[in-house]
Structures are given as structure tokens and as C-alpha cells.
Design a protein. Sequence first.
Length: 174
Amino acid sequence: MIALVPVGEIEANILEYLKDSLKVRLAREVVIESELDVPGSAYNPKRNQYYATPIVKSISDSVNGYDKVLGVIDSDLWVPGLNFIFGEAEGIRGKTGIISLSRLRQEFYGLPPDTNLFYERALKEAVHELGHLYGLLHCANPGCVMHFSNSLRDTDYKDSKFCPECVRKLQLQE
Ligand SMILES: [Zn+2]
Ligand SMILES: [Zn+2]
């Protein structure tokens, strides 16, 4: 079973959308867990961003009893070496990951809102991080959800589904 964990306030609609869609994509039960506070100590005022790694660690410590745990946060995340990240997984086959919604809205770039596009992007990032947690590495196929997204252009190009090769790898690990 997969737990979706809002970290700070997250709109109920997108959590429900992710829950229903992830159930289909990953073929596993998905539940929405209770909200966790955004850890204030992870905030870097100079960058106006949150350091993802300690947030993932704190989600991992707080939420137990699930196969995989995915945090959803509406704050901008970074890790050393990258200006920002859309999401992070604790590691290949780890328990916990996180996605950030803040750069997935058109409004972030001064464009008019597009709810469908926003939901689709969030789903792709969520499936991608869960794919890592279920043992997948990045995929060379630019249309596969496991392709690395350097920018939203990559995210928008790829599908929210695993390519046949990644599906095969997922099944091998069952
Ligand atoms: Zn990745
Ligand atoms: Zn693939």
C-alpha cells in the first residue's frame, strides 16, 4: 500500500486526483495520510527554498506501516548541486519520496492557469518518484515517465506511464 502525505496545506482535489490515478498506474492501493507540518529547519531563507533531503527523512520517520510513502509539498525544493528539483526519492527501492507542486503551475512562469496541465505534471512527477522507490532507474526513452526531467519541457513531453521496458523491469521485481 502507498501513502500520500501532504506536507503543509495541499488542495484536497489534487490529492484525490493523485490517489485515484496512482492506483491505476502502480496497481496498488493508495491512501491519503494526515498532514505533516513543513519542517521549518529545512528552510533556507537565502534561497527561499526547502532542502528536500531532511524533509524526506522526517516523512520517513513519521509515517510507518506502508510499502511506499510519497510526500506532496507546495514549497520549492532544492538539493545541493541543483538549483531546484521537482521531486526526490530516498533512493532506488527506498521507502519515501517527495514531489513539489510549486513549479508545476503555469502561474509560476507568469502564464495563465491550466489545471489539467498542472494535474498531469504532478501525476508524472509522482509516478516517476514512485518508480524509483519500486526499483527503476532513469530511462533513456524520452516518452517514458522514468525519463529524467531537467525542465518542464521534458515533463510535458513524456507520458505519465511506464514504457514497455520499464513495465517489464517492474514486473521482474515483484
Ligand atoms: Zn528520477
Ligand atoms: Zn522506460
